[in-house]
Design a protein around this ligand. Structure first.
Ligand SMILES: [Ca+2]
Length: 204
């Protein structure tokens, strides 16, 4: 019985891991290379939520962002019931700000272009539609997990914008697409997660 319970729990866990697509984590230089539009000043930062690097968007003026509305080879299908390897429903991301009032993540899609946005704090540029994740900016790393299909309906995700909003830099890390709302645990700094420990505790 105990063995069955562990096997069943592990099976669920492995399924969740298999159904994820990493957009941003330890590939910051690649992301900076494709997010080549915009007037932000991107850097590979050692201030990471996960692993050893995050994407920092310096924002000294202009549109205060870096983006690409049509990343090469991107055609992630956002659907109600994902099954194929390129189909997803959920997104998770970690972000924070050094101060200021605004942070935003924009998703470019077909149809509707950039009209899929999330922000915390003030939507200082007035870019809409945008859904508020939190009323205040994340002063430390915060993780947001969103149901893209529920929020925006079906679309094909083809691009992304990292938008610091005001004159203060913003950090992004651990952006993943998932087929379920349960993402694989992250061993973030100071937040060692416990998939196996939880399994063992449940089985006792
Ligand atoms: Ca990282």
């Amino acid at each position: 019985m105990l063995r069955l319970a562990i096997a069943a729990a592990l099976c669920v866990s492995l399924t969740a891991v298999a159904a994820e697509q990493v957009i941003l984590d330890e590939n910051v230089d690649e992301v900076i290379a494709w997010a080549s539009s915009g007037e932000g000043t991107p850097e590979n930062s050692a201030d990471a939520f996960k692993g050893s690097e995050s994407l920092y968007i310096g924002a000294t003026g202009g549109d205060a962002q870096n983006y690409n509305g049509a990343v090469a080879d991107w055609a992630w299908a956002i659907v109600e019931s994902p099954s194929a390897a390129t189909e997803f429903r959920y997104i998770t991301f970690a972000w924070k700000k050094d101060g200021g009032t605004s942070i935003m993540l924009q998703l470019s899609g077909d149809p509707d272009g950039w009209s899929h946005r999330y922000h915390s704090g003030v939507n200082v540029k007035g870019w809409n539609p945008s859904l508020e994740a939190q009323p205040n900016i994340p002063v430390d790393w915060e993780v947001e997990t969103k149901d893209l299909f529920a929020d925006w309906g079906a679309f094909t995700l083809v691009g992304m914008a990292f938008s610091a909003g005001d004159g203060v830099g913003a950090y992004y890390d651990d952006i993943r697409l998932g087929q379920t709302e349960v993402f694989a645990d992250v061993e973030a700094k100071g937040k060692l997660t416990t998939t196996w420990a939880s399994l063992r505790a449940d089985a006792r």
